[in-house]
Design a binder for this molecule. Sequence first.
Ligand code: ATP
Ligand code: MG
Length: 312
Amino acid sequence: MQPDISIQNLSKVYSGGFQALKSINLDIQHGEIFALLGPNGAGKTTLISIICGIVNPTSGRVLASGHDIVTEYRAAREAIGLVPQELNTDAFETVWDTVAFSRGLFGKGPDNAHLEKVLRDLSLWDKRHNRIMALSGGMKRRVMIAKALSHEPRILFLDEPTAGVDVELRRDMWTMVRKLRQSGVTIILTTHYIEEAEEMADRIGVIRHGEIILVEEKHQLMAKLGKKELRLHLQSPLDNIPGALSLEPLALSDDGHELIYTFDSQQEQAGIARLLRQLGDEGIEFRDLQTRESSLEDIFVGLVHETSGASR
Ligand SMILES: Nc1ncnc2c1ncn2[C@@H]1O[C@H](COP(=O)(O)OP(=O)(O)OP(=O)(O)O)[C@@H](O)[C@H]1O
Ligand SMILES: [Mg+2]
């Protein structure tokens, strides 16, 4: 099956000469939840804006649902719903009018049943006669999502969908995104909340300085790059790590009460058995132990900060 989004050698140089994207290649399959992670200024919004036809590409090609976003703009744009990072709704309009108008913009005939479903799914039905200005920030954000879904797009872009949203609403949002995926919508989201990508995404792309530095299935990424940590709480504190153990990936806590052993989560466990034997040989006793797996956050921070180089 052809991908829902196909990005080929896409670059963007803004008019001031700043290169925001450097030869991006990426395919997104139908029905995926794809999370794009990257620090501020990495190029996430630029990439999404090009796909959605808001920013012109400098070179390269993008197909959305098989349609070239430049030469077949209308067809491509019809397949896409966009919830932008910046909220821009008409404050004086009612919720219903603004969502109905959005649908009309895409040349779709009125479909009150569809709009009702969208508003109900987003818990906005009771607010449909309210003016946007009379809504809370979280509700305004949901109105943006309703607008993006008004024309029944096949692909939905969410640029920082839960920035500034409280924890409860964020969870509601996640549930809603999963429901959307079940109904056959492909979802591409950017987020600063790594927890969000960890919770939601099937696949994760990491972008830095305008380059995609990694694309991986979430589970594979966590297994591949993840580290495990074994903490041994010692019976009596140590001043330093004994020489016999100096070759092991070991650290001693500041108070000398804990030995911390770090290892690849894919590696077989032989290292631990050896470590424990060596501790026995050295007469080092421990009274408790804990293991911890690295989170996506640890992995992301490691990726984004390693070998930076180019300036922002
Ligand atoms: N219209 C513009 N003209 C010139 N440079 C721009 C323009 N828009 C964005 N940039 C630059 O392009 C780079 C990427 O910006 P972009 O908004 O795509 O980043 P982002 O990854 O979405 O960041 P954030 O996480 O802060 O939203 C930044 O250095 C930004 O200053
Ligand atoms: Mg952005």
